[in-house]
Structure formats: structure tokens, C-alpha cells
Write a protein that binds this ligand. Structure first.
Ligand SMILES: Nc1ncnc2c1ncn2[C@@H]1O[C@H](COP(=O)(O)OP(=O)(O)OP(=O)(O)O)[C@@H](O)[C@H]1O
Length: 248
């Protein structure tokens, strides 16, 4: 795809005899909001790890700006504007929320100019709703605020692509809705392409425009939420049980 920001070609990750990501082809265009779903162990986080440089794929290519970044370290991915969060937020517990954001800003300062809407730490803290907590140590804010802070740290690196790994896990319904609104703003106002893994399928399907479904490391579907919920293989492999559980 000519206008893709990022393109995975036959991306494969093996751990010994286990193929966690199996020849996945996927692409991401500027400003897209894409979800990734799949049962436990489907390979979602491993796919994220491979497209953010946390682990090297066993084979396949990862094209960003026409360059194959497969096998390069996370700093190279960050330099190309790819930022991510982790299932368990990785914030500096002893540093204040503002200092956590500053860390990201310093890291990114050399790479790209700040977007007009997010010139500094204050603007980022305001966007993620943590202005009042700016001077609290990260350890002293709630787990859901730590998730927001980690998103702020990712934004501070001035990304073009934001990878979110289960940022709604453990949040109350109201917090999930607020998180979804924030994610939409990042896309609508900052023009970011967002890829969002979430276990709560019904939540995710309400908010994304395209969904990639992984099952046993393979991509079994890639389409709009309406298309994916009608896909017989997806329902068979995953969605039937998952949606019944969520609505039970
Ligand atoms: N570092 C590792 N070493 C060995 N096996 C691993 C490693 N990381 C993941 N796996 C295995 O790879 C498979 C895919 O795991 P992964 O965490 O990517 O799935 P997931 O879809 O993100 O699951 P979940 O929804 O539970 O987070 C699983 O079988 C897992 O046990």
C-alpha cells in the first residue's frame, strides 16, 4: 500500500517451537484508528513488541518511511515516530508526573518539532487531564491516572503512530469512556494513527474504525467492526464466547 505509514510483511515471531506471530501482513495509514483483538495468547502483545522494536521478529519485514526496521532497537522506531504503552504502565514511580513527561520530551527533542497543540509538558498534562497531579510522584497517583501518564509520556516523544496496549483494562465504565474520548481526540486533533489492543471487545468495537483479529498468531480478519462481527471464522474462534461473556 503506497500511502501506508507502517507496513508489516509476513511478520513472524517464534519463541522456540511456538509461533506467536505467524506471517502477519498488515498496514496502517495516517490518522487511522485501528483495534486489535484476539483471545489470550493470540499474539497481540508480541505483535506490538515486534512493531515497536522491543523484540526482533524472527522473519518478515516492517516498513516505515520506506525503510525496513525489522531487528532494529526501540530508539530507531521512536525516531520514526512510533510510541507505545505497556500492559503494565511503565512510569518512573519516584518522579513527578511532570518530570515523567519531561523525560519523554527530552528524549524526543532532537527528533521532531513539537506539534502546535502540545508544545510542552503543561499542554500534555492538560490534554491527559493530569494538570492537578503535575507535582505528585507517579507512585502517588491512581492506576488509571498512571495509564494516562504513560500515554502522556508517549505523546511527549512526538509520535505519528501511537500503540496502546490494554489502556482500558481495570478502568471503571466512566473512565473507559473518558479514555476512548481522549484516544479519539489524539486522532482527530493531533492526526495520530492509533492502534489499540483491548480485551474488552465490545468497548473496542464501539470506538475503532477498523479491527484486526489475531488467532493463534495468524491474522484471521481485518475490516470494519460490522464486517468483523459477521465473519464466521472470527465468531467461531473467538467472538461468540467473548461477547457472550461480556454481555452476561
Ligand atoms: N518472551 C516470551 N517467551 C516465550 N513465549 C512467549 C513470550 N512472549 C509471549 N509468549 C507466548 O506467545 C504467545 C502469544 O503471547 P502474547 O502475549 O503476544 O498474546 P496476547 O494476545 O497479547 O495475549 P493476552 O491477551 O493474554 O495479553 C503466547 O503463547 C505466549 O505464552
Amino acid at each position: 500500500m503506497a500511502d501506508a505509514l507502517l507496513q508489516a510483511r509476513d511478520l513472524t515471531v517464534r519463541f522456540g517451537g511456538l509461533t506467536a506471530v505467524d506471517a502477519v501482513n498488515a498496514s496502517l495509514r495516517p490518522g487511522e484508528l485501528v483495534g486489535i483483538i484476539g483471545p489470550n495468547g493470540a499474539g497481540k502483545t508480541t505483535f506490538f513488541n515486534a512493531i515497536s522494536g522491543v523484540i526482533a521478529p524472527t522473519s518478515g519485514a516492517l516498513l516505515v518511511d520506506g525503510q525496513d526496521l525489522a531487528g532494529q532497537g526501540p530508539h530507531r522506531y521512536a525516531a520514526h515516530g512510533i510510541a507505545r504503552t505497556f500492559q503494565t504502565p511503565r512510569v518512573f514511580a519516584d518522579m513527578t508526573a511532570a518530570a515523567n513527561i519531561d523525560f519523554g520530551l527530552q528524549f524526543a527533542g532532537r527528533l521532531r518539532p513539537a506539534p502546535a497543540l502540545l508544545p510542552d509538558a503543561d499542554a500534555i498534562l492538560a490534554l491527559i487531564g493530569l494538570s492537578r497531579q503535575a507535582l505528585y510522584p507517579a507512585a502517588a497517583i491512581t492506576p488509571s491516572q498512571q495509564r494516562l501518564l504513560e500515554i502522556g509520556m508517549a505523546l511527549a516523544t512526538r509520535p505519528r503512530i501511537l500503540l496502546l496496549d490494554e489502556v482500558a483494562a481495570g478502568l471503571t465504565e466512566a473512565e473507559v469512556e473518558a479514555m476512548a474520548r481522549l484516544i479519539r481526540r489524539l486522532r482527530d486533533e493531533m492526526g495520530l494513527a492509533v492502534v489499540w489492543i483491548e480485551h474488552a471487545v465490545t468497548t473496542l468495537l464501539r470506538h475503532v474504525e477498523r479491527v484486526i483479529v489475531l488467532h493463534q498468531g495468524r491474522k484471521i480478519a481485518d475490516g470494519t467492526p460490522a464486517e468483523v462481527v459477521r465473519n464466521a471464522e472470527v465468531v467461531e474462534a473467538y467472538l461468540g464466547d467473548e461477547m457472550n461473556e461480556e454481555t452476561a
